[in-house]
Write a protein that binds this ligand. Sequence first.
Ligand code: SF4
Length: 159
Amino acid sequence: MGLEQIEAPGILVSRLDDAVGWARKFSLFPYPFVTACCGMEYMSVSCSHYDLDRFGAAFPRFSPRQADLLMVVGTISHKISPVLRRIYEQMASPKWVVAFGVCTCTGGFYDNYATVQGIDTIVPVDLYIPGCPPRPEAVLKGLMMLQEKIQRDGRKAGL
Ligand code: SF4
């Protein structure tokens, strides 16, 4: 967490942005935007076996105003894309976006007129987790990478 020892022995100090980053990365409130089959794997990773509580990310919020982690899970059609954008805009900053599964990352198999070819054409994406669907282990690895990013960014994301 960026702790440093100063002259007096036994006294540790930490920079504020390190402390804020540390607190934020362990208090994520995901909003699951689930549209398709990846939702099954998303539900499995949310079960007790994988214990998302240890990352402080187990408590989903179904109001975008109470969430800071938009989990986009499943194929996104052009028809629903304005809804996704609206939900993103309703979330307070700082906020992060995860593309869960290859369909959200690139459109996946659905290279057609109806499917968005990557949600980063609609909202900024912080983390891509490929796979069809991604295994829970990949999701946990992604979550840890996102935590590192949040810690790195510290207060840059705004207070
Ligand atoms: S990546 Fe695979 S499992 Fe996930 S929504 Fe697309 S087709 Fe379904």
